[in-house]
Design a protein around this ligand. Sequence first.
Ligand code: 0O1
Length: 379
Amino acid sequence: SALERPAEVDWFQYKLKHVDVTSKARRGEFVTPHGVVQTPAFMPVGTQGTVKGLEIGLVHQTGAEMILGNTYHLSLRPGDDIVAELGGLHKFMGWHGPILTDSGGFQIFSLAQMRKVTEKEAIFQSHIDGRKIHLSPERSIEIQENLGSDIAMVLDHVVELPNETKVIREAMNRSIRWAKRCQDAATRKDQAQFAIVQGGLDEGLRVECAQRLTELEFPGYAIGGLSVGEPPPEMYRILDATCPALPTNKPRYLMGVGRPEDLLEGIRRGVDLFDCVMPTRNGRNALAFTDEGTVRVRNAKYQRDSTPLDPKSVPQVAGLSRAYFRHLFMAKEMLGPILLSLHNVAYYQRLMREARQAIEEDRFEAYYEQKMAGWSSGG
Ligand SMILES: Nc1nc2c(CCNCC3CCCC3)c3[nH]c(NCCc4ccccc4)nc3cc2c(=O)[nH]1
């Protein structure tokens, strides 16, 4: 059963395969009970048990190896108990590769009508029906174990920025106490927990938090509390301080990031994993990512444009004109958001594939410069 892990398999063992000589970019891989993940990797977000608009075979086609699920949403609807009764999230959504679930910490801060946070738990109103929800570290782990994800994020207390150092420090200290409670609440041997570094935009707090979480010996570490409205250079400054304070033999996951340039800026600073709703959300809003920058396909200038959106995209997209994409969105045809979501997720996966190759060949910085030039060319 899931409780007896086969002794010979080293679950969640991250293997550092190579560090690029031109930057701090790392090439690695880690094993989960549902398969191996090559890093750097981008994880498409499947908040409610679906990567929005993409039948699960299309998600595979993009090359994505690990996807995200969400504790907050799935515990409210259909209910983590129902998902467990039906065999867990993998079976429920037909995805048999690795799944990482977020703890709900961020969704409380960003979605729910905030009620209050005590040492014991967060209490808030469901954004669906206003029901009062109690989310404690123990309850978050119980939900994630019911969902059966391979990696569970600890419950953290995210505070809005900018904020007083005292407030940030208290939330950081609570998040560390909650991380310990999550560790103590674990019952499944086939699920790993990643800790989440907080500390706002204060480098000292970030290093202290990373060190104290490292002492708790988690199999992986996320950098949270970023991509919450701070200027990108501020996020990069925090990465410069935080990555070196984390173990080199564990994966580093930058939560909620980001634009293509943010992924490369993260990789060159030693980040291994990313997640963001951007490729799918922008796809639904007629915004396509390309090597020449973003393309707003509804723009009138594409009305007669026979050129392909991106000849390097997946076959379903590569042969279609920009005029056709404009038409689909103007006509409000559901194929528009579906194809553009597929294209954007595939674009992010191609970026990760190219980045992994560049790191292996010790030319990541040159690759970074080349991509940044293309994106700003406004082609
Ligand atoms: N536990 C936790 N989660 C965080 C998340 C959620 C990551 N995606 C979870 C998925 C699981 C399902 C839902 C998402 C974050 N997302 C962002 N920024 C997203 C910014 C953004 C928003 C909209 C569009 C693009 C970018 N910062 C984050 C910080 C934290 C954090 O500290 N702790």
